[in-house]
Design a protein around this ligand. Sequence first.
Ligand code: SF4
Length: 284
Amino acid sequence: KDFRNTIKPNWCPGCGDFSVQASIQRAAANLEIEPHELAVVSGIGCSGRLSGYINAYGLHGIHGRALPIAQGLKLANRDLNVIATGGDGDGFAIGMGHTVHSIRRNIDVTYIVMDNQIYGLTKGQTSPRSAAGFITKSTPGGAIEPSLKPLEVALSSGATFVAQGFSTDLKELTAMIEEGMKHKGFSFINVFSPCVTYNKVNTYDWFKEHLTKLSDIEDYDSSNREQAMQTVMKHEGLVTGIIYQDTETASYQEKVKGYSENALTYDNLELGEEKLDELMKEFM
Ligand code: SF4
């Protein structure tokens, strides 16, 4: 299955978002789903363009609101694999309320955040993920607030799948997206996706120097929430791999009475060729 389309991304050369796009395409191909079985919903920001670069249903939504749309899609059509994407500004500032409630709601959606610790599209302002002291045109004297900690927030909000990747490690990133898509419930994947144009602090080299792979930690058990939280805190959030997965808790859909019998599927849409023609004419 080919999830590539002919649109050339207009990200800056070297932007971390290219790898996230490629990893989503590879994960979907590895899962052997068809393009019409995947929907990618994005918010606003450089990362928001991603939904237009994948051969699947795509919706470039509004700032911080990719998740409500993605959850609605999943509830309306249980056959769809739904991915929501955005940046750290999109998901952890204006969209933070949706992020936390989506995590605790546990609808079967994969949420991938391209975390570059800055606002790139608007040319380099401090974001909720920028470290204290981070200097940009919006904080010329250095950011006063500490950086938001998405992994701790996710783990303490009842997340059933938490992972973190790095743009240069396509193999690990693809594998965790695949696992996230297979997970029954909400999967939260934070990706360090450097902004090469505006963030001159959190560069590829900086991450290479500071990141620890969970696979290198002896006896790390991703089914243990307490260990996950302690490990994330000890490494100040700078770990990659599947941090936590709970395969026992039922997803939101599984808890909704009658969902499996009544939610839409392609089969029960009953769209014959005639009806399809009629609908297409309405759109033209
Ligand atoms: Fe990527 Fe930064 Fe360029 Fe945006 S401004 S496309 S985040 S490198």
